[in-house]
Design a protein around this ligand. Sequence first.
Ligand code: IPE
Ligand code: IPE
Ligand code: MG
Length: 242
Amino acid sequence: MTDLHVPHHIAIVMDGNGRWANKRFLPRIAGHKQGVDALKRCAKACDKRGVRVLTVFAFSSENWQRPSDEVSGLMDLFAFALSREVPQLKADGVQLRFIGERLGLSARVLKGIEQAEAETSSNNRLVLNVCFNYGGRWDIAQAAASLAVHGIPATDESLSQAMALAHVPDPDLVIRTGGELRISNFLLWQSAYSEFEFTSTLWPDFDEAALDAAIASYSGRERRFGKTSDQVQRGNPSASAA
Ligand code: IPE
Ligand code: IPE
Ligand code: MG
């Protein structure tokens, strides 16, 4: 049997909460609540498998266009989940980071974000980046704007340094649940060489077995970064993902 290559950084578009709820004749927010539990399970499972960075898409720049009761329900749930979950995440060694535009978020949400970051900043088992009010285009634009303010020329390196995920390496594996085959403005810059895994499993149903299936699929791939297969095999005889 070949060795399993566990990704250092997994990023997830946590999609399908609304459909999970619809199938059960429940309000959409019930699906989002289940989604919080799925995220807790997933973070634990990632840590157990040696994943060091988990980045999740929780609320996109475009999700403001949803009906106002769903948006306010998501904001309330987010603030509530932070106050409820941070003590355990802190005890588990998780470092929480919030990625996205903070302008336009309520004082309550901002306070939750700042407290969670401050309380977990010295943790180093697993970095959990929560993309909230995030869009890949926003990130590229804010990085370019901050370089311009400082008169720094825009290069591959300088832009990477100015992006919101500069504190972690690019994701090795991007998973999207919920069956859609699109990126929906997630990590446009950082996923340049990520491996992709799409599953029809709805996010609240995403369990350890689903995570293992995604990791197994990733592990069997050859990441070539533009080179030929021969070059990759010669450079790294034990081969493939990692
Ligand atoms: C993803 O689930 C969570 C958010 C976008 C906040 P959805 O709410 O998009 O669920 P579906 O796609 O409608 O099933
Ligand atoms: C992407 O899901 C955003 C999050 C999971 C937070 P959406 O449900 O918003 O994506 P689209 O609208 O189907 O592309
Ligand atoms: Mg969706």
